[in-house]
Ligand binder design. Structure first.
Ligand code: 6PG
Length: 248
């Protein structure tokens, strides 16, 4: 079941998300596994979590960081999701390498990088057939993609692999991404969606007719987990339903 929470703006959305993160980590007795979202929206949330306002409220040594997707670039490349998290979270909190499992995106062959990451996940999650993240953070593209699951891309149909290389036509390049089976196996999935440019896609994803090839984010439906959409007013601009509704 999806819940929707509308915040005035990204600042308010991030504070709501940060408080949720604190609560989720506290709720889990052992290690806490989170797959981070990439792109630009989560940057401010990561910095907020690392700020004096929140950093001491989280037992960071128990938190293990993964990535929902990655670009096929080295870890110090400006486009790297790992670099964005490193600069806005890991370095500020002095998170060590043993708490970070990044895609080996510098590997020349994307399929090899995906296979390595898939094995790393299986090792970490003691070979569970399908790792169950405590939390998956996701963004939404203006085209309705999430992670690197882009419209009409092959990975949308992946029903068994955990991590794949996904050729994305509009970039004429591969991306690396977790697949829907593992995303939908998570205990908690939280979308962070901010900005008027996302309003059209958000309306289609939340209220439009089922069209998952065109709007892949429609396929995020945790099988046995919580789904929460954290959106701000500008992103909510085209939705017709009331705010803070609990959708189906
Ligand atoms: C990525 C992300 C991607 C992102 C959306 C939204 O690697 O870019 O994983 O799915 O969440 O494209 O991106 P923005 O937050 O930059 O709008």
């Amino acid at each position: 079941m999806a819940a929707i929470h509308v915040s005035k703006d990204l600042h308010e959305l991030n504070h709501f998300a940060a408080e949720l993160f604190v609560a989720l980590v506290k709720k889990i007795p052992g290690r806490f596994t989170v797959a981070l979202a990439g792109g630009s929206t989560p940057k401010a949330l990561y910095r907020l979590l690392a700020s004096d306002e929140f950093r001491d409220r989280i037992d960071w040594p128990k938190v293990f960081f993964f990535f929902g997707d990655e670009r096929c670039v080295p870890p110090d490349h400006p486009d790297s999701n790992y670099r964005m998290a490193k600069e806005n979270l890991f370095d500020l909190l002095e998170i060590g390498p043993k708490n970070i499992v990044r895609w080996p995106a510098e590997t020349t062959r994307p399929e090899e990088a995906a296979a390595i990451y898939e094995n790393a996940l299986k090792d970490f999650f003691s070979n569970d057939s399908l790792p169950r993240f405590d939390l998956v953070l996701l963004g939404l593209g203006a085209d309705g993609h999430t992670a690197s699951l882009f419209p009409f891309s092959p990975a949308l149909k992946e029903a068994s692999r955990i991590a794949v290389a996904n050729p994305v036509e509009k970039f004429a390049a591969n991306r690396l991404t977790l697949t829907f089976p593992v995303i939908n196996h998570a205990a908690n999935v939280i979308f962070l969606v901010s900005g008027a440019e996302k309003a059209g896609a958000l309306k289609e994803v939340l209220e439009g007719a089922p069209n998952p090839d065109k709007y892949p984010a429609q396929m995020v439906k945790p099988v046995n987990g919580n789904l929460l959409w954290l959106i701000d007013e500008p992103a909510n601009g085209q939705r017709t339903a009331d705010h803070d509704q609990t959708g189906n």
